[in-house]
Write a protein that binds this ligand. Structure first.
Ligand code: HEC
Length: 136
């Protein structure tokens, strides 16, 4: 009776420990992803969208680039639309109903730079993780 109970407790403990470690490492990964996304954003997106308190420097756009801290609020959603945003970034989803798209089609840009599919997916993941982290 007693050893069985002990065994049960040991199993329960290791399960709890496993879940805990898993959550922590997942969060760590997401944070690292967002930090890499932030660097890419500063290089490739900030000129049009602005970043932190810095305004956009490219101001000759026909339509002002949207404030990306308001993605959730603008949609009146409670959760970040991950798939939709990934598709907007890579160009599978065109946001504007009229006229040419002003934002570069990043899927094609990365492709033309010789990035393979896996790296492109990784980069989109990083950008999305960064955008999730800046929602107000
Ligand atoms: C040349 C200017 C420009 C650059 C550079 C740019 N964007 Fe955009 N972005 C826009 C404009 C303008 C829109 C509004 C839709 C359109 O006209 O295509 C937009 C829309 C978006 C949207 C949709 C927002 C929403 O709420 O629907 C996302 C997400 C986005 N951009 C992310 C990015 C990311 C990530 C990068 C960098 C990899 C980037 N943009 C670089 C101009 C730009």
């Amino acid at each position: 009776m007693f050893p069985k109970l002990l065994l049960g407790a040991a199993i329960l403990c290791s399960i709890l420990l496993f879940i805990d470690c898993n959550t922590v490492s997942q969060e760590g990964t997401r944070h690292a992803q967002a930090m890499r996304g932030k660097e890419i954003f500063a290089e490739q997106c900030m000129s049009c969208h602005g970043m932190d308190d810095l305004p956009a420097t490219k101001t000759d756009l026909e339509e002002k680039a949207p404030d990306l801290t308001q993605i959730i609020k603008r949609r009146k959603k409670s959760e970040f639309p991950v798939a939709e945003i990934a598709r907007i970034i890579d160009g599978r989803l065109i946001v504007k109903g009229h006229g040419p798209r002003e934002m570069p089609v990043w899927g094609e840009v990365y492709d033309s730079l010789g990035m393979d599919k896996e790296s492109i997916r990784g980069r989109k993941g990083e950008l999305v993780a960064y955008l999730m982290s800046i929602q107000e």
